[in-house]
Design a protein around this ligand. Structure first.
Ligand code: AKG
Length: 268
């Protein structure tokens, strides 16, 4: 059974650190308050152009919004328990605080396929040619440009409410796939095409939980959206945590962060 970290317990314990290393993520319940989540939802609902009380206005399976910097978003991003966990996972003084939460793919109960449910790893740096689409952005074995993938739940998310699917342990397989690809690494598209071969069949977990739950994931974790089969729209942000420094896979002793240690573990 996966252990859940209560917000008042500021530090990840040994079991949770081991989970992050082996499974690629840790779940923090109550990382931010339900009040903050409700305030953020009110802002987001307004911008969806839909009404929470009128299902006839829910005309799309997914509506993407972003990048919000209002107080509830900033407060959620900077909860103390998260900052403490960032220190453990990415390293003290090695990450940049967020002022926004990136894009919100808001998922509605809807008969149409949303068309964006493929397995992927979020890319982290642009190609040398620059100005490319997200699919041409790249990922390398040092995770240049990305410290974590984070999933912030702003509504209660049950199994039918389009929880993000996570391939448990896929970060290790992805690290191995990136080995030998050098500084250029792979594009998001190339990696997505290889994902079934390297991580297909791995056990799946679902990013469920109450509003206020945050999943902190290794940047190499394979994940996928899914259609909404429940009753209440799902509000979730999925921002990266940006590193302040470059990850160093040659660190030894107590120096490597958990993100670095997971990559070292994968590469042996
Ligand atoms: O909506 C989700 O559950 C995940 C979306 C996602 O991974 C993405 O848009 O990159």
């Amino acid at each position: 059974m996966r252990e859940v970290l209560p917000a008042e317990n500021r530090r990840l314990n040994a079991t949770q650190k081991e989970q992050f290393l082996r499974e690629g993520f840790v779940r923090l319940d109550g990382a931010f308050s339900q009040k903050i989540a409700a305030e953020a939802r009110a802002i987001l609902w307004r911008d969806t152009g839909c009404s929470p009380d009128d299902r006839s206005t829910w005309v799309h399976p997914v509506v993407r919004l972003g990048d919000y910097a209002q107080e509830p978003f900033r407060e959620a991003a900077n909860a103390r328990v998260l900052h403490d966990a960032f220190d453990e996972l990415v390293g003290r003084n090695r990450w940049l605080p967020r002022t926004t939460l990136g894009t919100f793919p808001i998922r509605f109960p809807h008969p149409d396929d949303p068309g964006d449910t493929g397995w992927h790893v979020d890319a982290s740096f642009p190609p040398e040619s620059g100005g490319a689409s997200f699919f041409e952005w790249r990922i390398n074995v040092n995770s240049r440009g990305r410290g974590l993938l984070m999933l912030f739940l702003f509504s209660d998310v049950g199994e039918k409410d389009a929880p993000t699917r996570i391939r448990t342990g896929s970060h290790l397989a992805v690290a191995r796939a990136l080995r030998g690809k050098g500084e250029r690494g792979m594009s998001a598209m190339e990696l997505a095409a290889a994902l079934d071969e390297v991580s297909g069949g791995m056990p799946e977990a679902l990013a469920i939980g109450e509003a206020g739950t945050v999943y902190l994931c290794h940047p190499f974790l394979a994940h996928a959206a899914q259609p909404h089969q429940g009753d209440h729209p799902r509000f979730m942000a999925q921002p990266p945590l940006y590193p302040k420094t470059v990850f160093d896979l040659n660190r030894t002793g107590s120096e490597p962060s958990l993100v670095e240690r997971a990559i070292q573990l994968a590469l042996g």
